[in-house]
Ligand binder design. Sequence first.
Ligand SMILES: Cc1ncc(COP(=O)(O)O)c(C=O)c1O
Length: 448
Amino acid sequence: MSTLPPSLSKTEPAAELDSLWMPFTHNRLFKKQPRVVVQAEGMYYTSQDGRPILDGLSGLWCSNAGHRHPKIVAAVKRQLDVLDYAPPFQTMHDKGFELAAKLTGATGRGFEQVFFTNSGSEAVDTALKIALAYHKARGDGGRFRLLGRAKGYHGVGFGGISVGGMVANRKAFASALLPGVDHLPHTHDLGAMAFSRGQPSWGAHLAEDLERLVQLHDASTIAALIIEPMQGSAGVIVPPVGYLERIREICTKHGILLIFDEVITGFGRIGSLFSADRFGVVPDILCFAKGITSGVVPLGGALVQKAIYDAFMQGPEHLVEFFHGYTYSGHPLACAAGLAALEVYHDEGLFERARALEPVLEAAIHSLRGEPHVIDTRNLGLAAAVEFEPRPGAASLRAMEIFHHCFDHGAMVRYTSEIIAIGPALIISEDEIAQLIDILRNAIQAVA
Ligand SMILES: Cc1ncc(COP(=O)(O)O)c(C=O)c1O
């Protein structure tokens, strides 16, 4: 049992906070010392007590164009005056088709169809279902296994936690996870890659473990492998040079569909629309969410290669080809926000901007090497992380205190186990990067 420092147990819960059961939050502790924001613009939140908070995490890896971008806000308001809702089953609204065409056009590389969802979790479950149904449609229904990777985060649906590799998200639900799932090892090994800048040079060989799983289960039973090209929620775990390329080769060789979960890596986070543009590796199915609307309205989806869509389009035309969908698949407000966000990313050159700022963030994050208890700093695109040695007997408390200290001193970051992650909006300035890292450095020193 860890003992909380006095600063974390000082205030009484306020009655009005009690009604909300907050997600992925230590509710009791939070309600003793709430962090509430009431406004946002560009790179900053305003806290309830009127302080500016520099957003070092683009909301939750989603507000990639900064908060309340005027063009996205205006597009959503315009849409609300025209059409609030239309069912996506057997009818559809114009903005849904418009966004689908813009997105597939921008993505290219054989992705000719998109299936809309409302979140990343739904995008993942949709992709897994597409993979299973695809093989069945081709008369290869023996392929029922889904593969994931240790430390992977694929949202919180039963499909997503089954292929996901985060123990805390799985253990309470172990009896309800999908059957036949197996996992690749993760690529995080500080002994071999600590303080790497960008992609670590060590670790491509770990992709060979996929061959081991094929030998164990036989390719004829494996439907798909899902991985995050860069693991985000586990703390910015950057793929080793050559790793994704080898994964792609092995999947192709064995007829296993490769699903990239780009819920975090999409829309400029690593300096390109999707990681295919950065790494040159093209998956068969690509999950996205978050940055598609810059976080303004929830929207997610799965992009599929044309051959996958075509495999579904075989039976009689009056029959539904895929028994799946959501009431709000491609909600008009979300599509309006998505169209505007794509325009903003393009017109303001934000992906190129992210790429240009990458060395600035890289230098800044690696300047934290040598600060107390820092055992790794790492980065890719506009994502970076600092990892700390755990405090004996108090797992993850150090990072939590650093997170609290940052918030109290004007910066929002994210903590997960012993890691602080940052992922600012693509509009951040060099001065703001310096400011963010200063606040983080002070927090690391203060909490030490
Ligand atoms: C890679 C990845 N997949 C899926 C999800 C789930 O997305 P959502 O929270 O929108 O359901 C996340 C969320 O952080 C994610 O990072």
